[in-house]
Design a protein around this ligand. Structure first.
Ligand code: ZN
Length: 271
């Protein structure tokens, strides 16, 4: 499932590939994959639009259009946004294709069909429910302490809550908690100040490292050029059950279930 580093990688690739291009037409093969505001038809609203920028918010990729409208895409489990030229083979489950006037295409594919591409109006507050961006200057120590204070939710469940911190999913929550030596089930509000500081730093470092490696391909994720990421080779705990912990070298990584998600951690290092 693409998280912040994967979406950031896709967005950077899209920015290089499609900014300045004009959409000739939108080919929609599975209507539920696109959402338009009331009384607007998705294909006629985007036809003729020029792409002015590409951005990211949480796990959403945003294609900004000259009119001020934007295409906000959530990839959910298996969504992909890949730029292709005419004739290049399609990924399975290609449901939406934006055709550009120069022959390039943006293909939105999703085998499980949970993803959506939504047309939003200029200034529409579509991201009201999303929390702080962990790589922004607003993600300060004070802000993070305030967020955790008094909360009985397990720290891992809180990290996964997009209304608090936007963009962290299962992979990077597990990795950051291991890095910070914090047990995933600890109630968020009882973390000590030093532990909270370590965790905030770990979140930022893990996300930045993963972006440098162009994301983690443990499932369907590929970037905007259709290429896999590299961070799957650098994972410390995620998916490593039964393997020796890379830090203590004494305990084996266990997998438990927390908030209905597989959770990997070291019983010896994480307290
Ligand atoms: Zn360990």
């Amino acid at each position: 499932m693409p998280e912040l580093p994967e979406v950031e990688t896709i967005v950077r690739g899209l920015a290089r590939a499609i900014v300045g291009k004009t959409i000739e037409s939108a080919e929609i093969r599975l209507p539920k994959m696109v959402i338009a505001p009331p009384r607007l038809s998705f294909p006629s609203a985007v036809a003729g639009e020029r792409v002015t920028g590409v951005a990211r918010r949480g796990k959403y990729a945003i294609v900004e259009l000259a009119s001020g409208h934007a295409l906000v895409t959530s990839l959910r489990m298996t969504g992909r946004l890949v730029v292709a030229v005419k004739g290049e083979p399609e990924s399975p489950g290609t449901h939406v294709i934006l055709h550009f006037t120069d022959g390039a295409r943006l293909r939105f594919s999703d085998v499980r069909t949970f993803g959506r591409m939504r047309l939003v109006r200029p200034g529409e507050a579509w991201d009201r429910e999303l929390g702080i961006e962990p790589l922004s200057s607003g993600f300060t120590q004070e802000a993070f302490i305030g967020m955790l204070s008094g909360r009985t939710t397990p720290i891992k469940a809180l990290l996964l809550d997009q209304r608090r911190v936007a963009g962290i999913g299962n992979i990077y929550a597990c990795e950051a908690l291991w890095e910070a030596r914090i047990r995933p089930s600890r109630p968020a509000g009882i973390l000590t100040k030093p532990a909270t500081c370590r965790l905030r730093r770990a979140i930022v470092e893990v996300l930045q490292r993963a972006i440098e490696m162009r994301g983690t391909s443990v499932d369907d994720y590929v970037d905007a050029d259709g290429l896999q990421g590299g961070f799957q080779n650098d994972l410390s705990v995620y998916g490593r059950n039964g393997r020796l912990c890379r830090r203590c070298g004494k305990s084996r990584i266990v997998r438990t279930v927390l908030a209905q998600r597989g959770t990997w951690w070291c019983r010896r290092c994480q307290r």
